[in-house]
Design a protein around this ligand. Structure first.
Ligand code: PGA
Length: 252
């Protein structure tokens, strides 16, 4: 089993280039010497080349928040996996609920994006999660099932060696409402067994499954203690390096 914890910060549409560089540099300084946990931050596309340059040789890796699945072409406003890779970024977040909600992302486009990411040797962080209505209607597992099966359709495990899954209940994102330990445990266990059924038990054992949704310095320890939780995808609390480093240092 090789599941080094991953603490990832999704900066969403926050920070100009200079603000992003300043935050990234501060974070790199604070995380000097941390080797037991992988660290990633995802600034906006515009800040990607600036931030990756500044973070060269540090513990903090960089990711994009999205990509477009075509290699190149007349797709105004879009950015390809190769272009992201060329900045020095190593990760890409795919299928975040805000992209699904506001920008028409579907499981079908998610699947194509994962393919583009893996072909460009980027590490895909596939986000899935149910809405409050879906949870109340007891549809959590059928929704997750659909998102995983359709998002990972037609892949074989060899294509997905670096895949990271991020379970982010939509009702917990940016709301201050974290899922309970029992809810997280139940879902993560379910997801690992689903991956096992779709690919193999051995493959499932090595996949990192992150939790996301109002992760803070105050609740990270409890979340990370759950058996199938291998890290966190952090929004709001990743914007401030003093706060984010407390999440990264969950095991201290
Ligand atoms: P949050 O966002 O930590 O602000 O709830 C999480 C996310 O959207 O990934």
């Amino acid at each position: 089993m090789n599941r080094t914890p991953l603490i990832a910060g999704n900066w969403k549409m926050y920070k100009t280039g200079s603000e992003a560089v300043e935050t990234a540099e501060k974070l790199a300084k604070l995380s000097t010497g941390i080797i037991s946990t992988d660290i990633m931050i995802a600034p906006t596309y515009l800040s990607l080349p600036l931030v990756t340059q500044k973070l060269l040789g540090t513990n903090v890796k960089v990711g994009a928040q999205n990509l477009y699945f075509e290699k190149e072409g007349a797709y105004t406003g879009e950015v390809s996996a190769e272009m992201i890779k060329d900045t020095g970024a190593e990760y890409v977040i795919i299928g975040h609920s805000e992209r699904r909600q506001f920008f028409g992302e579907t499981d079908k486009s998610v699947c194509k994006k994962i393919k583009a990411a893996t072909e460009a040797s980027l590490i895909p962080v596939l986000c899935i999660g149910e809405s409050e209505k879906e949870r109340d209607g007891k549809n959590t597992f059928s929704i997750l099932d659909k998102q995983v099966k359709n998002g990972l359709k037609d892949f074989v495990s060899d294509d997905l060696k670096t895949l990271v899954l991020a379970y982010e209940p939509i009702w917990a994102i940016g709301t201050g409402k974290t899922a309970s330990a029992d809810q997280v445990e139940e879902v993560h266990k379910y997801l690992r067994s689903l991956i096992g059924q779709l690919f193999s038990a051995d493959f499932a054992k090595n996949i990192r499954i992150l939790y996301g949704g109002s992760v803070k310095p105050e609740n990270v320890k409890k979340l990370m203690a759950i058996e199938d939780v291998d890290g966190a995808l952090v929004g709001g609390a990743s914007l401030d390096p003093d706060k984010f480093i407390k999440i990264i240092g969950f095991d201290n």
